[in-house]
Design a protein around this ligand. Structure first.
Ligand code: PGA
Length: 255
């Protein structure tokens, strides 16, 4: 049984004070039983991680805290970067890795993302590995090729018992922040294909235990149809995670 996961990717939004206010509002919107539907994870900017961690830890239910990125090295001369151990010390559990904005705007390669995935597992963090195709790649019929390459590069070579804890997020780039969403059938088809790739890399049994999320303009109005698909185990939510009532409605749409 895969527990659904709804993760809010705040991107570069909310100061630590706004983050504290958001947690208060979200806790008000969610009842204790909502946490049995899905694991609820908040991924604020680095500057709000500490505030979100301390304001969520004594709440009913179980919020998880995730970072949006990290450097693979343990420490050193990497100005502006944050290490896996630093996140772990803040009791961060998840880390989004290989988001298309990191890949497209900051030049992160498959190889670098793979290093980060290994470093995350090495520090006992759970990577949320993102993959997805551009509009042009989709038009050219290259979706499967692209996501297979990204997933193989990031997870290939991991021990199956390590890999089974990974989370994958399929985020078609043309759907991110655009209001265009993949249809539930299309998202299911690609996510089922990704599960097949995981089966080839590890085993059917390991592939069946890895949670695969959909991301790209998920909102309260389309979440139930997407998460209702057999292979879609939740969502990585950007814009719609910034408003507490809207994000809570997505959590309530989970199985
Ligand atoms: P969006 O972003 O929900 O705003 O499309 C999703 C993401 O980039 O993770």
């Amino acid at each position: 049984m895969r527990t659904p996961l709804i993760a809010g990717n705040w991107k570069m939004n909310k100061s630590h004070l706004e983050a504290i206010h958001f947690v208060e509002q979200l806790a008000h919107e969610l009842a204790e039983h909502d946490f049995t539907r899905a694991e609820v994870v908040l991924c604020p900017p680095f500057t709000a991680l500490r505030s979100v961690q301390t304001t969520t830890e004594d709440r009913h239910g179980s919020f998880g805290v995730g970072a949006q990125n990290m450097h693979p090295a343990a420490e050193g001369a990497f100005t502006g970067e944050v290490s896996p151990g630093m996140l772990k010390a803040l009791r961060v559990k998840y880390v989004i890795l290989g988001h298309s904005e990191r890949r497209e705007l900051f030049g992160e390669t498959d190889g670098f993302v793979g290093e980060k995935v290994r470093a995350a597992f090495g520090a006992d963090l759970v990577p949320i590995l993102c993959c997805g195709e551009t509009d042009a790649e989709r038009e050219a019929g290259e979706t499967e090729q692209k996501v297979a390459r990204q997933v193989r590069a990031a997870l290939g070579g991991l021990k199956p018992d390590v890999a089974r804890n990974a989370v994958v997020a399929y985020e078609p780039i043309w759907a991110i922040g655009t209001g265009k969403t993949a249809t539930p059938d299309d998202a299911q088809a690609t996510i089922s294909y990704i599960r097949g790739v995981l089966g080839e890399l590890f085993s059917e049994e390991v592939a069946a235990s890895i949670r695969i999320l959909y991301g790209g303009s998920m909102k309260s109005g389309n979440a139930a149809a997407l998460i209702g698909q057999p292979d879609i185990d939740g969502g990585l939510v950007g814009g719609a995670s910034l408003e507490a009532a809207e994000f809570a409605a997505i959590v309530k749409a989970a199985k």
